[in-house]
Design a protein around this ligand. Structure first.
Ligand code: NAD
Length: 257
C-alpha cells in the first residue's frame, strides 16, 4: 500500500498506460481521479474499481481546454479534499512528415500534449504544495532522440521534458517533485492503432519489437510501475529527472542479426 490515503489525478486515465496506472494506484491504496475525454471508458473503469471497494472519481474532461481543467481540479478537491499526485498522461500522436502537417494539427497536438500540463499544474499546484506532491509528466523516447516521420510528436515530448525540468526548479522550494518518463514502444490502443494503419502492419510490429534491445515492446504495467515509483515516497529524492523506460531502445545501435 505505497499510496495509502494519497489522492492521485490521472489524465488520459481511461485507456492504455493511464488505465493500467489507475488500477495499480488504486491497488496501492490511492484514491484515484480518472480524467479523460471518453465518458464510456471512464464509466467502465470507475465501475470496476468501485466493485473492488476502491474510492474513485471519473471526470470527463478535455485537458487541452482551460475551463474544463479548472472544473476538473475544482471537482477533484471538492470530492476528495486534497491532491497528492498529478500524472499528466493524456496524449495524442500525429505521425506525419512535417510538410504534410497543417498549422491547425500542429497547434492541436501541442495543446493536448504540452499545454494540458501547463493547465493542470497551473490550477492544481496550490493543492500539491499543501501535500508535498509529486507531478509526473508523460514524455517519450521520441523527445529524447527524435523519430522518423514524427516531428510534431517528437517536438511536444521534448517540450514536456524541458517543462518538467523548469517546473522542478521552481517547485522544489515547496517540496513538490516534478519528473517525466520516456517510454519507447508500449502495447496500448494508441500504438495498436498506429500499427494497424501501416502499409504492412505485421512488418511494422516486428520492426517496433526489434527496435528495443530486449526484443519487444513494454506492457502498460511495466510503465505504470515506474509511475508508481515516481508517485510514491520511494522516489523522495528524485526531481527534475526524465526516466527513460525503453527496453534499451535509445542506448545504442544493435547491428547484429
Ligand atoms: P491511449 O490512447 O491508450 O491512452 C491515451 C488516453 O488519453 C485515451 O484514453 C484518450 O482518450 C486520452 N486523451 C487523449 N486526448 C485527451 C484530451 N485532450 N483530454 C483528455 N484525455 C485525452 O495511449 P497510451 O499509449 O496509453 O498513451 C498514454 C501516454 O503515453 C501518451 O501521452 C503517449 O504519448 C505516451 N506514450 C505512449 C507510448 C506508446 O508506445 N504507447 C510511448 C511513449 C509515450
Amino acid at each position: 500500500m505505497r499510496l495509502h490515503n494519497k489522492v492521485a489525478l490521472i489524465t488520459g486515465g481511461a485507456s492504455g498506460i493511464g488505465e493500467e496506472t489507475s488500477y495499480l494506484f488504486a491497488a496501492e491504496g490511492a484514491k484515484v481521479i480518472i480524467a479523460d475525454i471518453h465518458k464510456e471508458k471512464i464509466n467502465r473503469i470507475v465501475e470496476n474499481l468501485r466493485k473492488r471497494g476502491h474510492e474513485v472519481l471519473g471526470i470527463q474532461c478535455d485537458v487541452s481546454k482551460e475551463l474544463e481543467v479548472k472544473q476538473l481540479i475544482y471537482q477533484s478537491i471538492e470530492f476528495f479534499g486534497r491532491l497528492d499526485i498529478l500524472f499528466n498522461n493524456a496524449g495524442a500522436i500525429l505521425p506525419k512528415k512535417l510538410q504534410a502537417i497543417s498549422s491547425e494539427e500542429w497547434d492541436h497536438l501541442f495543446k493536448v500534449n504540452v499545454k494540458s500540463i501547463f493547465l493542470t499544474v497551473k490550477h492544481g499546484l496550490d493543492y500539491l504544495k499543501n501535500s508535498e506532491g509529486s507531478i509526473i509528466n508523460m514524455a517519450s523516447m521520441t523527445g529524447v532522440v527524435g523519430q522518423q516521420n514524427n516531428p510534431a510528436y517528437s517536438a511536444t515530448k521534448g517540450a514536456v521534458i524541458a517543462l518538467t525540468k523548469a517546473m522542478a526548479i521552481d517547485f522544489a522550494p515547496y517540496n513538490v517533485r516534478v519528473n517525466s518518463l520516456s517510454p519507447a514502444g508500449v502495447n496500448t490502443p494508441l500504438l495498436e492503432t498506429w500499427i494497424a494503419k501501416q502499409h504492412n502492419p505485421e512488418k511494422a510490429r516486428h520492426a517496433q519489437d526489434r527496435s528495443h534491445l530486449l526484443g519487444r515492446m513494454a506492457s502498460s504495467l511495466e510503465i505504470a510501475k515506474v509511475v508508481l515509483f515516481l508517485g510514491s515516497c520511494d522516489s523522495s529524492f528524485i526531481t527534475g529527472e526524465n526516466i527513460v523506460v525503453d527496453g534499451g531502445a535509445t542506448i545504442g545501435y544493435a547491428a547484429g542479426p
